[in-house]
Design a protein around this ligand. Structure first.
Ligand SMILES: Nc1ncnc2c1ncn2[C@@H]1O[C@H](COP(=O)(O)OP(=O)(O)OP(=O)(O)O)[C@@H](O)[C@H]1O
Ligand SMILES: [Mg+2]
Length: 464
């Protein structure tokens, strides 16, 4: 596995993981500092104990030598010290030196060697070959210098044991503090997760959801309250816009019907010149176009307000497409284009067949508008495990990928309108709202032959 800093950074991305890592690091470092202080204190304490032992041994040696030691010969002194020290030869290393006359005494465990001296120090650690580490204390017994050493290996093994225990405890601490830190950070970030989940569910067609805010007055509940107020304002503006377009469309219908009635009445008047009649016919055509736009806008407003009820019933897509093909072929032939369709998969799926026909006709009209003369329009359909997927593909000029989403917006027309094409830019917006009413999705993609556009629709089986 590659553990580059970038990958590690990615792993540590969620705040809960980072908080847990910081918590574990802080707790483990604090414990490590405490253990270190304990290590230094314990070691000093044990070494201090050895210094006290050395001092006690010196006291005993001094009392054995007696107060007249200065008058004694070297042999007598040697014999007296040996009497005192031999019983403790496992514990103590002793040498007595007379700076004028040279070495006076070596304990037998030193094997004739002297313990090295460190100038200016009275208590120090040394290492001797074959003996190991010693804690040495130096005493002055005029005219002699007495050095007493005690092995340090007991202290070292106690400190090694301490170290092993500390490292084990630190490992345990790291594990436990990581788990506790992770649990605590998840607990602390729960309200943030709740906010993001709720915010994720809020869309333009579903603005009534609100973030649950607790009674506690903290930064997170303040954030929740602030977002809820923002959603309130958004919902209000959206509702005003929706109401406006629904009401405006509705209000326009009556005067428009009156204009059409008057124009039709005037057309019946045979005394009018043919130029007037042509103008009236054109007027009627424009009125019909306006009427269509209003109908479509009303449909979109009602779909957004969830006021459209679908007539869902199980339909066999194969049969549905066969019926559609009859009209599609006629329409395509009328425009000098070819229409083909394929279908795979058995069974039925629930959908509103008249609305879906409206979608297909819309897609077909778009494809006919952009196809070159003699161009082929292909409808591919497949019903598979409760999902009906179909696509309409043409051999037109296609669209740049950045326009694939835009064409589903209202009144968006990418290709410049020509005299034949009387579109309003509402067809695909209506297709999308019908498909979404079926809980499906519709999107544009490039055609399989790379020329032309393909509109794909997926309709899942919905229950009820
Ligand atoms: N098959 C296609 N190939 C290339 N561009 C397309 C295709 N289908 C749609 N478009 C582009 O998307 C725009 C929007 O299409 P839409 O169906 O919404 O509106 P329209 O066809 O212009 O008008 P309406 O459908 O309301 O009569 C079209 O004007 C066209 O520029
Ligand atoms: Mg269209």
């Amino acid at each position: 596995m590659n553990f580059s800093p970038h990958r590690l950074n990615q792993l540590l991305q969620p705040i809960s993981v980072r908080l847990a890592a910081w918590y574990a690091l802080a707790a483990t470092t604090t414990l490590a500092c405490l253990f270190f202080a304990g290590y230094v204190l314990l070691q000093n304490h044990l070494i201090n104990g050895l210094d006290l032992l050395n001092a006690a041994e010196f006291k005993q040696l001094k009392s054995h030598l007696g107060s007249d030691y200065k008058t004694l010969t070297g042999e007598v002194i040697n014999a007296r010290i040996r009497e005192t020290t031999d019983y403790a030869s496992v514990l103590f290393y002793i040498n007595v030196d007379n700076p004028q006359k040279g070495m006076l005494f070596h304990s037998t465990n030193l094997n004739g060697r002297s313990m090295p001296d460190i100038k200016g120090e009275h208590s120090f650690n040394i290492t001797m070959d074959g003996i190991g580490e010693l804690r040495v204390s130096e005493y002055f017994l005029p005219p002699f210098e007495v050095s007493i050493g005690t092995p340090l290996h007991q202290v070292r093994s106690v400190m090694d044991g301490y170290m092993i225990v500390c490292l084990t405890l630190l490992g345990g601490m790291l594990l436990v503090s990581t788990s506790i830190g992770y649990y605590l950070s998840r607990l602390a970030l729960r309200p943030v997760r709740l906010i993001s989940e709720t915010a994720n569910h809020i869309h333009s067609d579903n603005l009534s959801h609100r973030i649950p805010v607790s009674e506690v007055n903290d930064e997170i509940s303040d954030l929740g309250r602030m977002l809820n107020q923002m959603f309130d304002r958004l919902e209000l503006s959206f509702n005003q816009i929706r109401r406006f377009s629904a009401e405006a469309s509705h209000e326009l219908k009556t005067p428009l019907s009156l204009v059409r009635l008057y124009a039709e009445k005037m057309l019946l008047d045979t005394n009018r010149s043919s130029a007037d009649q042509d103008t009236l016919l054109e007027l009627l055509e424009e009125v019909a176009r306006l009427d269509r736009i209003i109908e479509e806008l009303l449909f979109l407003s009602r779909a957004e307000a969830n006021a459209i009820t679908l007539n869902l019933k199980p339909v066999n897509p194969a049969r549905f497409l066969r019926d559609f093909e009859l009209d599609a072929r006629t329409l395509a032939e009328h425009h000098g284009r070819d229409f083909f369709h394929t279908h795979h998969g058995e069974g039925c799926i629930s959908f509103d067949d008249s609305r879906m026909r409206q979608v297909l006709l819309n897609l077909l009209t778009n494809a006919l508008n952009v196809s070159p003369p003699g161009g082929k329009i292909t409808l591919r359909s497949r019903l598979d495990e409760g999902l009906w997927r179909f696509s309409v593909e043409d051999e037109g000029p296609g669209l740049p990928a950045e326009q694939y989403e835009r064409i589903f917006e209202r009144f968006v027309r990418i290709t410049p309108p020509n005299s034949e094409d009387k579109g309003n830019g509402l067809g695909l917006a209506i297709c999308r709202s019908i498909v979404e009413l079926h809980r499906g999705r519709i999107f544009a993609t490039s055609a399989s032959n790379d020329a032309g556009l393909q509109i794909v629709i997926e309709i899942p089986e919905v229950n009820g």
